[in-house]
Design a binder for this molecule. Structure first.
Ligand SMILES: Cc1cc2nc3c(=O)[nH]c(=O)nc-3n(C[C@H](O)[C@H](O)[C@H](O)COP(=O)(O)OP(=O)(O)OC[C@H]3O[C@@H](n4cnc5c(N)ncnc54)[C@H](O)[C@@H]3O)c2cc1C
Length: 468
């Protein structure tokens, strides 16, 4: 049996759901296919931070109670040696992803989207160079869901992207001959989040006082298992719970989950686990080629991520809204070729994508930092409140060459090595941002190739090595 719809979206995580909602709202016939058997098993099942203004920015209205679960009054980052930087107010709120996804799912269904759970996408149906549908497997057996547009929003699994032949999808990046995997271990991290009951409230209260924290303030231990690693704790006495969030590279001495378990043991006032989970996340800048004839990549599948803290919720939702807008126009014109879908890539790469790509340059540097480097960053004000706030808000880096130059005399005297390492990197981040803002406005193989070559040059690993 073949279904005939305007678009098939694969993956009912936050990105796929938002895309289905935004397309259905425009009157499009949408099928959203999800491998998990039920909504509770799909997408993310933990608390994620997103910008305070996100829902208003995407015209989604006010989320119902239970979606925003944490409005921390302050965020304090602590280096391994105990140096601190504090940011207040915090530009983000904590969102219970289970509630957020349930809300978007209900709205997508109400808008007419046909959302099916327990359906695994196996790969794209191809006619020549065009994707014309998705091969699926479900309780009814193997079949094809046909549509002029297929959106791969299936997270890291990316079953459509990964089954495309290399003449349709390749990443002209690092190595011209690369055949994948498109996200290697160096560009992955493990993240874990969980909420625990507070078993000993007086002790939790004492810990807050001794740590110099307000109730509800997040404390982030940075650099505890390599330069990229963090472990955050957020004690909420009013609700009798504490939230933990951690992240570390795959080769870190401790996994993200272990970081949380160790901290829980050290704090000594936590009880049973309420909910949570974790998995691998892509950290690399988004793929150059986000669209092709009849297909588009979205969310983690497109590596649309703010790399420094592995934040893909707001980026995925923003990208979903851009894609729905462009796809709706393309479907109206009866042309879903790469050229017709190109404005999605342009709007992504020139906007949020430019900020994420520039941040990827900084992410690669943070991975090389040792504990004493992280101490120096915080102690000497290179990572100050403004930088912390901008990073949390996924905003362009405040560590621009001008602000660095202003601080240079003081820093040079005390930390010449740090400046030698940072100046080239922040300069490169600024160049990357400007380069992305000039992403080719029209699809043209030669134009993209030239742009990608320049990108490769800016990201070349040998240039990223620190000058000792
Ligand atoms: C512990 C943790 C903490 C995080 N904290 C933050 C944070 O604070 N802020 C932030 O912005 N981001 C955070 N992130 C990242 C964020 O959760 C992800 O970037 C985001 O949820 C990705 O959404 P997505 O829809 O692109 O993909 P996913 O959530 O991965 O959804 C993809 C869906 O596709 C389905 N699927 C896979 N294969 C198939 C197939 N073959 N057929 C059909 N369906 C398929 C999957 O079952 C899944 O439901 C965190 C991640 C983790 C793990």
């Amino acid at each position: 049996m073949r279904d005939h719809v305007d678009a098939v979206v694969v993956g009912a995580g936050v990105a796929g759901l938002t895309c289905a909602l935004q397309l259905a709202r425009r009157g499009r016939r949408i099928v959203l296919l999800e491998a998990a058997a039920e909504p509770a098993r799909a997408g993310a099942a933990w608390v994620n931070g997103v910008e305070r203004t996100l829902f208003a920015d995407l015209a989604l209205g006010r989320p119902p109670e239970g979606v925003v679960v944490d409005e921390a009054p302050a965020f304090t980052m602590q280096s391994p040696g105990g140096h601190r930087v504090r940011c207040a107010p915090v530009p983000t709120v904590g969102v219970d992803m289970r509630a957020l996804q349930a809300w978007i799912l209900a709205r997508a269904r109400a808008a007419g989207a046909d959302v099916r759970y327990g359906v695994r996408a196996l790969g794209p149906e191809l006619v020549g160079t065009r994707v014309t549908g998705v091969h699926v497997d479900d309780a009814a057996g193997a079949r094809t869901v046909a549509a002029p547009l297929v959106v791969d929003a299936a997270g890291l699994a990316a079953p459509v992207r990964d089954a495309l032949p290399t003449q349709l999808f390749r990443e002209p990046f690092w190595d011209e001959t690369a055949q994948g995997p498109w996200v290697g271990d160096a560009d992955l991290c493990l993240a874990h989040q969980e909420v625990r009951r507070i078993a000993d409230t007086p002790r939790a209260r004492r810990w807050l006082v001794e740590s110099g924290l307000l109730e509800g303030e997040t404390l982030s231990y940075a650099g505890i298992a390599g330069g990229y690693s963090i472990c955050n704790v957020h004690v909420d006495l009013a609700h009798g719970t504490a939230g933990f969030l951690s992240g570390s590279k795959l080769d870190a001495p401790k996994s993200a989950r272990r970081l949380i378990l160790d901290l829980i043991e050290r704090l000594g006032f936590l009880g049973e686990r309420v909910f949570g989970g974790g998995r691998k996340l892509p950290l690399r800048r988004a793929f150059d080629l986000l669209v092709g004839d009849g297909w588009a990549l979205l969310g983690d599948a497109g590596s649309q991520m703010f790399p420094s803290h592995g934040s893909g919720v707001a980026t995925g939702m923003i990208a979903a809204s851009l894609l729905a807008d462009v796809a709706d126009r393309a479907l109206t014109q009866g042309d879903v070729s790469r050229a017709a879908l190109w404005p999605y890539a342009v709007r992504w790469h020139r906007g949020r994508g430019a900020v994420c790509a520039a941040n990827d340059v900084l992410r690669r540097l943070t991975e090389t930092l040792g504990p004493e480097d992280v101490d120096a960053l915080v102690r000497d004000g290179l990572l100050g409140e403004a930088e912390l706030a901008q990073s949390l808000a996924c905003a362009p880096a405040a560590l621009d060459p001008t602000s660095l130059a202003l601080r240079a005399p003081q820093l040079l005297r005390r930390l010449p090595w740090l400046v030698r390492r940072f100046l080239p990197v922040v300069t490169r981040a600024a160049l990357v941002q400007r380069h992305y803002e000039r992403f080719p406005t029209r699809w043209d193989a030669a134009g993209l190739d030239a742009w990608s070559r320049r990108t490769s040059a800016l990201f070349a690993p040998e240039r990223m090595r620190m000058a000792a």
